[in-house]
Structures are given as structure tokens and as C-alpha cells.
Ligand binder design. Structure first.
Ligand code: GLY
Length: 450
């Protein structure tokens, strides 16, 4: 470089003076400056550059701010006036972009989705379409809306539609690069988190109900306290005692029936299955059912050392029920949410023992994926604002199970079974009431009027 050719410019003051004296019409309109050097009536057109040109969508001036009204129009710069015309964004959309787009070399993310054939409400192919739908899909869509950037993606259904796909294979496809992520009821188990994967957890939490407080009046309290012979009120009249003795007889029958029903129920249940939990199941030699495609098969073999020959694959809740009824399996081992859904339709079965793992479900992403962090925060938000619970109720609401099978209902003692006793009690009360009023009438008419 020839540094010697450089010289110092000493006319800066003069240049500034000349600029401040400008008085001309420039590209943006009249151009002049106040003595304090601020521009006179600065105003600009705001244009929206679109594919083949531009369109004016408003103005900006010192007085009016951003506005669709020209700057000459008197304005009080109220917030309601602070808007521009409709903006057309790149891509021809009028939806405001959410900032930068998730970088994936300009390609859509391929998101693997299990094409379930059982418990289809959790996630599956919508009948007659190639669209994925279900509880997990809704969670993903709600979470992705909360991200501050757009994520171009497409769901790719995984599974042949004849049986539930292998979830281990689905997760492995992420590490192989076939999928950029997986959305579904993917159990968070150690061997999956070991293959460079992040699985975001969203536990189901159904514990949302509280008992409503009810007021019980003195009459109801008295009636019910007699059930447990805990009433403290004295009954002094003969008629009252007569009604009470009939009621107590009724209570005695109800109590005895209740005790007998409960005892037989517990005994029958106890006799029907010697399995009291996972330990008795392991130590027995009975066959065990598991859900096709689930991690449970490997878990039973590798973690609980159960011989593979004892395991029976079951493809649907209907197969669970048949296998249990026909004693093809002594028990089915599966994740809590599936079992709860199964039991809500099959009340004759029950959970034995305690849960022995606490794995939740999650969506899977490659390790280090920035999307995983954003989705994790978004799912947390959905959990906190109650949206997760609403989606759970929309897709996975369960029927409340009576304690016994519907086949047994006819053998059970119902309220109707006691209708005769209630009738006798009601008639006795009515007669007592009539006699009481009769006596009252007699005693008042025994006094001569003055
Ligand atoms: N929920 C089935 C599995 O993750 O294996």
C-alpha cells in the first residue's frame, strides 16, 4: 500500500455545514434540516417488496409513526393507528413468519410415527388416508406451534398396518439417519437413550380429580349412621321405635349382604390368580403375554431373565382378554397407560402388585438436536397450562370400571334386590305417620274450644 498517498481531510466542518443547509426534494420527499440538525418533517413510504415488484403498505413519519394514513393527515399517534397494510411474506403467505427456519439443509424433517394397530387413539394412520393422527400427534402439533421458529416437517408412518411396529426399530432409524425424529408413545428406556438419542419425556398424569364436599342433613345422617349402628339420637316414641326397628332390620340385611359380597369377591379374585406381582410371575413357569412391538419383550428377557419360550406376543387388547380368559397366559406385562386403557374396557381383570419401572413416554431426536431443547420447553409449557391434560382427555378418556365383570352383574346384589324391604320400611313409616297425625288430631279435639 502506498500510505504516502493518503492525506488528511480538513473540510469536515464545512461539509457538515453544507449538508445542514440542504433544501431539495429527494427520493423520500422534501429534504431539509432544523437548526438543531434534526430533519424537517421526515417521512417515508413503507413498501412490501414482493416477487415481481412492490406494494405500498403504509407510511412512517415522526408525527404519525407507522401508519396507513399519509403523514400529512393530522394524527394523534394512538396505538390503534399504529399499523400497516397486509404484508405478503416470501412464499406468498400473509402469515407472519416466526423468525428463522429450523436449519435442515432446506429439507423437511422426516418424522417417524408408529402406525399402531391397537390403541390407535394414541397414534396411528387416519383411516383411508396417509395422515397420522392421535394423542401424540396433537401434542407434537401443539408443541411445535410454541416454537419461536418454523419447522418444516413431514410425518412418515412406520409399520405395515397389520401389527404394531417395533419401537426399537423406529428409534434405531433415527440413529441410522432414516428419520430426523420420532413422535409417538416411545418408552424412555436405557438402551434407547444409549444410542445417541434424546427422548423427551411427557409423563401421563391422571391424578387431577378432587372429592366434592357434600352436605348431609340430619335425617340422612341419622339414616346412614344406623348402617354402622353409630347413631346417637334417641328414639322415644313407640311409633318411631317401630319404624326404626324395621329400618334397622333392613340395615342388618344390607350389611350382611355387603360383607358376604365383599368376602366372596375378594376370595374369588384371590383364587382366580395366584399371581400377586412381578415376583410371583417370574418364579412361576406360566406363560406371560406382552404387546407386539414393545420394548417389554426385551425387558422381560434381558432384565428379568424370563425364558423367551414363556413369552406370548399379543397384538391387541382383545387378544389380551382372550389369552387371559382362556388361560393361555397367566398375566400380561405392559406399560401402565396401555394397561389402564385395557382395564377400562375389561373390568374382570386387575393389576396385581406394584409398578416395577417408572418409564414415561417421549419423542426421540438425535443427540444434540436444537429442536429437542425447544420441544422440551414447549411440552413443559403444555403441561403447565393444562393443554396436555385436555389432549389426554380428548383422546384417551377412560370409562370408570365397576369392580366386577359385566357377566357377573346379574349375580350381584344391587339396590333393586332390596326393593321389597325398602317397600315394607316405607309402608311402615307411612302407617306410623298416619297414626301419629290421627293421635295428634284426637288429642287437640279432646280440648273444648273456648
Ligand atoms: N411404547 C412401546 C415402546 O416404546 O416400546
Amino acid at each position: 500500500m502506498n500510505l504516502g498517498a493518503l492525506s488528511i481531510f480538513n473540510g469536515g466542518k464545512q461539509l457538515l455545514e453544507n449538508i445542514l443547509q440542504t433544501n431539495m426534494t429527494g427520493l423520500t420527499g422534501p429534504l431539509a434540516f432544523h437548526s438543531d440538525r434534526s430533519p424537517m418533517n421526515p417521512s417515508y413510504d413503507v413498501i412490501n417488496i414482493i416477487e415481481n415488484g412492490y406494494q405500498q403498505i403504509g407510511y412512517w413519519s415522526n408525527n404519525s409513526g407507522l401508519s396507513v394514513a399519509p403523514p400529512e393527515t393530522p394524527s394523534n399517534r394512538s396505538s390503534s393507528d399504529q399499523h400497516l397494510g397486509v404484508v405478503v411474506w416470501p412464499g406468498g403467505t400473509t402469515d407472519k413468519p416466526r423468525g428463522w427456519v429450523f436449519p435442515n439443509n432446506g429439507k423437511e424433517l422426516r418424522i417417524g410415527v408408529p402406525n399402531r394397530v391397537s390403541y390407535r387413539h394414541i397414534v396411528s394412520r387416519k383411516d383411508g388416508t396417509d395422515i397420522a393422527e392421535g394423542y401424540c400427534i396433537d401434542i407434537f402439533l401443539a408443541a411445535i406451534k410454541l416454537l419461536p421458529y418454523a419447522v418444516p416437517y413431514k410425518f412418515v408412518l412406520f409399520g405395515d398396518g397389520h401389527e404394531n411396529p417395533s419401537y426399537d426399530d423406529l428409534v434405531e432409524k433415527i440413529s441410522l439417519g432414516d428419520f430426523d425424529a420420532a413422535v409417538g408413545d416411545i418408552a424412555i428406556v436405557t438402551n434407547r437413550t444409549k444410542i445417541v438419542l434424546w427422548i423427551l419425556e411427557h409423563r401421563l398424569n391422571d391424578e387431577f380429580r378432587g372429592p366434592p364436599r357434600k352436605q348431609i342433613g340430619t335425617i340422612l345422617w341419622f339414616s346412614f349412621s344406623t348402617m354402622f349402628f353409630s347413631h346417637r339420637e334417641n328414639t322415644v316414641s313407640t311409633l318411631g321405635r317401630m319404624v326404626l326397628i324395621i329400618w334397622l332390620f333392613l340395615v342388618l340385611i344390607i350389611n350382611s349382604s355387603y360383607t358376604a359380597s365383599l368376602t366372596s369377591m375378594l376370595t374369588v379374585q384371590q383364587l382366580s390368580s395366584p399371581i400377586t406381582g412381578i415376583d410371583t410371575l417370574i418364579s412361576s413357569t406360566e406363560p406371560i403375554g406382552f404387546q407386539v412391538g414393545s420394548f417389554v419383550q426385551n425387558y422381560l428377557i434381558e432384565e428379568l431373565n424370563i425364558p423367551k419360550s414363556r413369552l406370548v406376543p399379543l397384538g391387541s387388547p382383545q387378544e389380551y382378554a382372550t389369552a387371559l380368559k382362556k388361560r393361555i397366559v397367566a398375566a400380561v406385562v405392559d406399560e401402565g397407560p396401555y394397561i389402564e386403557l385395557f382395564l377400562s374396557d375389561n373390568c374382570m381383570f386387575s393389576i396385581r402388585g406394584q409398578e416395577f419401572t417408572k418409564s414415561g413416554w417421549g419423542f426421540a431426536f438425535p443427540r444434540g438436536s436444537p429442536l429437542a431443547i425447544g420441544m422440551s420447553t414447549a411440552i413443559l409449557t403444555l403441561s403447565e397450562n393444562g393443554e396436555l391434560q385436555q389432549l389426554h382427555e380428548k383422546w384417551l378418556s377412560r370409562k370408570v370400571c365397576a369392580s366386577q365383570t359385566s357377566d357377573d352383574v346379574s349375580d350381584q346384589l344391587q339396590l333393586q334386590s332390596f326393593w321389597g324391604l325398602f317397600l315394607i320400611c316405607g309402608i311402615a313409616s307411612f302407617i306410623a305417620l298416619v297414626i301419629h297425625f290421627g293421635q295428634l288430631f284426637d288429642s287437640t279435639s279432646a280440648f273444648p274450644r273456648r
